[in-house]
Design a protein around this ligand. Structure first.
Ligand SMILES: *[C@@H]1O[C@H](CO)[C@@H](O)[C@H](O)[C@H]1NC(C)=O
Ligand SMILES: *[C@@H]1O[C@H](CO)[C@@H](O)[C@H](O)[C@H]1NC(C)=O
Ligand SMILES: *[C@@H]1O[C@H](CO)[C@@H](O)[C@H](O)[C@H]1NC(C)=O
Ligand SMILES: *[C@@H]1O[C@H](CO)[C@@H](O)[C@H](O)[C@H]1NC(C)=O
Ligand SMILES: *[C@@H]1O[C@H](CO)[C@@H](O)[C@H](O)[C@H]1NC(C)=O
Ligand SMILES: *[C@@H]1O[C@H](CO)[C@@H](O)[C@H](O)[C@H]1NC(C)=O
Ligand SMILES: [Cu+2]
Length: 592
């Protein structure tokens, strides 16, 4: 019998035989004790917590109208190693405040977020940096958290405080951007409250992390995927929802003596019968393309990444790594004692997975929360296109037309094996490799715009709008993510772009991460309104490790005046230099 079958027939209990501390450390995500949102926000200066006043999702340009609330939300993150067993198989991981997934960051649109990260990683030590996925970081690129780009890594034993504005609102996550470190556990949700007149809901259930999971330590995987005779697309071992799933320990490799318990326990969610719930879906995995569904229920999509969209109904949400989709689900598919499976399937046509199907349980108001649901899955075959929903379906609430670009550039994806036998991915013909001791932002601020070729800096100068055509003649799909902007997604499909077709040119989909199909293309553009050097990269951990990354430089003449580097930036480099003088880190990969 399959693992899935045995769970459904009740052989494995839904409540695990390991404690929450043993599976997820200090985290409460996935338990019935998880917080619901909006929860109490401390020192909120404005009544009812609506500091955006009369601003609306449909009527206010999100890129120019964020309020300044004057409120700062403070967080303190201590990063350490820990031993947990999210799916019952014991692993050594990295943890934020002892929790996997990490604690939430929560703020109102226009607040200032301040996070102090203490690097307490020991045995062995590692550097780290934290990135706030999707935040625009206008004037604060030094807080973007990409090593070798916006800062030197935080040396072991040191701390670094990130201060930035909650410039957009909706659902996102934070994660380490140091090598593939986030695959080893360093991630958590980031929820920004803002206008939501395009929908109504009763209960905000918060983040639903979807995450392919690997039992091999991330550094070992990175070392393997970089070998010419290695496997550039390693199989994941399991698929987690809010950090939990069961694993069949009998499938361990012969001779693997790692402690393993086949009954770790699943994530559980409460639905209030008859009420509408908001779920914030986040693909926080390393490589797996997720197809999310809830048995017996339709979902209404209300936002993709940080962009509210005109609501539409679906039974399956497709998410590439780094992407988020907010959905509303009404608990009207049964009686008050009903229970249903939540499912997230890794597309095995697009990703490599040993155990692709994640399960969690949803309980209506009076359901027995110790019993496994018995609901039937939607039967919606995977189209295998490795694509997001059709662009004609995803229409932003606030319309912005596709301006005529002042420059169009191709940045094609490819791969090769270099002369010393490393498997490398390229973007625009170059494979990126980081120099942790020389962040390009700091170099630009010093007035030197001549970059090392391996930094793959693409200079867009003073263009007003650039259009980027990404052709992907490789057999893998890639979730492409840009920092500092939302991209307007003009077109995506198989083969190369025809050079003219644009979907919904008066208001194309915008988001910060977009899937490009295997042997396909996507075309995007953005306005140069954020002087800086912004990463544009594949969000598959193993691909960006192989260099599938470019630095998009915009308005170089204004970087210095727009972004005043705080003195902590050079101190962080001094500390890192001091650390690396006596502890040369093994940099197998691109570094990001
Ligand atoms: C676990 O895996 C073993 C080995 O493949 C298989 O024989 C067994 O049926 C599986 N158990 C369950 C509960 O699926
Ligand atoms: C789900 O939505 C479809 C339309 O997309 C509709 O035909 C169907 O009745 C809905 N089902 C449920 C259970 O709400
Ligand atoms: C997810 O996988 C399960 C188990 O194989 C299957 O029954 C279900 O139809 C799949 N769901 C979707 C939406 O593909
Ligand atoms: C090949 O790539 C690896 C990994 O980036 C790098 O360490 C090595 O220096 C490269 N070889 C050459 C000749 O550039
Ligand atoms: C500018 O930076 C590049 C790349 O790090 C370096 O090779 C070059 O020497 C620097 N130029 C000056 C004038 O400092
Ligand atoms: C616009 O961008 C292109 C690269 O796509 C660059 O070659 C050109 O110099 C830029 N134009 C200006 C005015 O900066
Ligand atoms: Cu990729």
């Amino acid at each position: 019998m399959s693992l899935l079958g045995s769970i459904v027939s009740g052989l494995l209990g839904i409540i695990g035989s390991l404690t929450q501390q043993q599976t997820n450390g200090a985290s409460v995500w996935g338990t019935l004790q998880a917080p619901v949102f909006p929860q109490f926000l401390t020192n909120n200066p404005l009544p009812a917590g609506f500091p955006w006043g009369t601003l609306t999702a449909a009527g206010s340009n999100p890129y120019t109208s964020a309020p300044n609330t004057g409120v700062t939300r403070n967080y303190d993150f201590t990063v350490t190693r820990g031993t947990i067993a999210p799916d019952g198989y014991q692993v050594s991981v990295l943890l934020v405040n002892g929790a996997f997934p990490g604690p939430q960051i929560e703020a109102n649109w226009g607040d200032t977020i301040q996070v102090t990260v203490h690097n307490q990683i020991t045995g062995p030590t590692e550097g780290t940096t934290f990135h706030w996925h999707g935040m625009l970081q206008k004037g604060t690129e030094y807080a973007d958290g990409v090593p070798a780009v916006s800062q030197c890594p935080i040396a072991p034993g040191s701390s670094f405080t990130y201060t930035f504005k909650a410039s957009l609102y909706g659902t996102s996550w934070y994660h380490s951007h140091y090598s593939a470190q986030y695959s080893g556990g360093l991630l958590g949700p980031m929820i920004i409250h803002g206008p939501h007149e395009n929908f109504n809901y009763d209960i905000d259930l918060g983040p639903v992390f979807l995450q392919d999971w690997y039992h091999t330590p991330y550094l070992q995987i990175v070392e393997e995927v970089m070998k010419s005779n290695g496997n550039p697309r390693p199989n994941s071992d399991n698929n987690l929802i809010n950090g939990k799933m069961d694993f069949n320990c009998s499938t361990k490799a012969a001779g693997d003596n790692t402690p393993c318990n086949s009954n770790a326990g699943l994530s559980r969610f409460k639905f209030t019968t008859g009420k509408t719930h908001r779920l914030r879906l986040i693909n926080a995995g390393s490589a797996g393309l997720q197809r999310f569904s809830i048995d017996g229920h339709n979902m209404t999509v209300i936002a993709n990444d940080y962009v509210p969209v005109q609501p539409y109904t679906t039974q399956v949400v497709t998410l590439g790594i780094g992407q988020r989709t907010d959905v509303l689900v009404t608990a009207n598919a049964g009686t008050s004692t009903s229970a249903f499976w939540m499912r997230s399937n890794i597309s095995t046509l697009c990703s490599e997975a040993n155990q692709p199907n994640a399960l969690a349980a949803i309980y209506y108001t009076n359901a027995d929360t110790s019993k496994a649901p018995t609901s039937q899955a939607w039967n919606i075959p995977d189209p295998g296109t490795c694509a997001n929903d059709d662009l004609s379906l995803t229409v932003p609430m606030f319309p912005l037309n596709a301006a005529t670009p002042s420059s169009t550039q191709n940045l094609d994806i490819n791969y090769y094996v270099n002369s010393t036998g490393s498997f490398l991915w390229t973007l625009g013909g170059v494979s990126f490799r980081a120099d942790y001791n020389a962040p390009v932002l700091l170099q630009a601020e010093s007035g030197n715009l001549t970059f090392d070729p391996e930094a793959n800096v693409q200079n867009f100068g003073t263009n007003s709008t650039v259009r980027i055509v990404v052709n992907n003649p490789t057999p893998a799909s890639h979730p492409m993510h840009i920092h500092g902007h939302n991209m307007q997604i003009l077109h995506e499909g198989s083969g190369n772009w025809d050079g003219t077709s644009i979907v919904n040119p008066s208001n194309p989909q915008r988001r910060d991460t977009q899937l490009v199909r295997a042997n396909g293309h996507f075309v995007m553009q953005y306005s140069l309104d954020n002087p800086g050097i912004w990463p544009f990269h594949c969000h598959i951990a193993w691909h960006v490790s192989g260099g599938l990354y470019a630095n998009m430089m915009e308005l170089p003449g204004q970087i210095k005046t727009e972004t005043n580097l705080p003195s902590i930036m050079s101190q962080t480099c001094t500390n890192w230099m001091k650390y690396t003088n006596s502890n040369e880190p093994d940099q197998y990969d691109s570094g990001v």
